[in-house]
Design a protein around this ligand. Structure first.
Ligand SMILES: Nc1ncnc2c1ncn2[C@@H]1O[C@H](COP(=O)(O)OP(=O)(O)OP(=O)(O)O)[C@@H](O)[C@H]1O
Length: 226
């Protein structure tokens, strides 16, 4: 089967510090893959290479067979905007915008008209258990609510890949589980592939499969789902 997204033998150093030393990774369409491993092992750097945020020093990164590492910054940025979604540890909502405007943002940036974008965003508030929160700004939301808004923003444009870097890292375990249920449920509904960086086994358990990054390489693969 052809991988939807793949890294082959990727290396990347920050100055003298090697972050990736020949990392290979692949995810099929619709697959949810957890990337685990010790702190500093290169998990986030691998995610950033797969997402076209960082360009590796050597190796290849492909998305639907196209070489991301050889694209111009303009093309990579369009790819990130149009086909990828992102959730990070801290929701990183735009504080001046309402929650609904935050969710609508990728659609507005993609050229959808405001009324249509706001309506598509509104649907996510019901889906994420946030009805009534549409008009709030990030300072008026709890950590879990803000992260659910961030999840809506990441998924509203129906991306092919969702990159989630420690999406529950700033949440207590119960709130984290609610966010993971919604993340995995929504991704499965939309057929979105998920690359999920986490150091928490309970979070990784939501994935179909786990890979472990150690010293800049993907060390092993476990738990291949049927
Ligand atoms: N922007 C940067 N500048 C310099 N060094 C960096 C940078 N980003 C990462 N590194 C280094 O690269 C290595 C891999 O970092 P990375 O963040 O990918 O690890 P990680 O596995 O995601 O860690 P954690 O679980 O602690 O987030 C580490 O040695 C880190 O210090």
């Amino acid at each position: 089967m052809t991988a939807l997204i793949e890294a082959r033998d990727v290396t990347l150093s920050f100055g003298e510090t090697p972050a990736l030393r020949g990392a290979s990774f692949r995810a099929e369409a619709g697959e949810i893959v957890a990337v685990m491993g010790p702190s500093g092992s290169g998990k986030s750097t691998l995610l950033h290479c797969l997402a076209g945020i960082l360009v590796p020093d050597s190796g290849e990164v492909t998305f639907t067979g196209d070489r991301i590492d050889q694209m111009s910054e303009t093309r990579r940025s369009a790819l990130r905007r149009d086909r990828f979604g992102f959730v990070f540890q801290f929701g990183q909502l735009v504080p001046e915008l309402t929650a609904q405007e935050n969710v609508a943002l990728p659609l507005l940036l993609g050229g959808v008209r405001r009324a249509a974008a706001m309506e598509r965003a509104r649907v996510w508030f019901e889906r994420l258990g946030l009805s009534g929160m549409e008009g709030r700004r990030s300072g008026e939301l709890s950590g879990g609510q803000a992260q659910r808004v961030a999840l809506g923003r990441a998924l509203v444009a129906e991306p092919e890949v969702l990159f989630a870097d420690e999406p529950t890292g700033a949440l207590d375990s119960l709130t984290g589980e609610q966010v993971m249920e919604l993340l995995v449920g929504s991704a499965r509904e939309q057929g979105t592939t998920v690359v999920l960086v986490t150091h928490e086994p309970r979070v990784a358990a939501y994935a179909d499969r786990e890979v472990i990054v150690r010293d800049g390489r993907v060390a092993m693969t476990e738990g291949v789902a049927s």
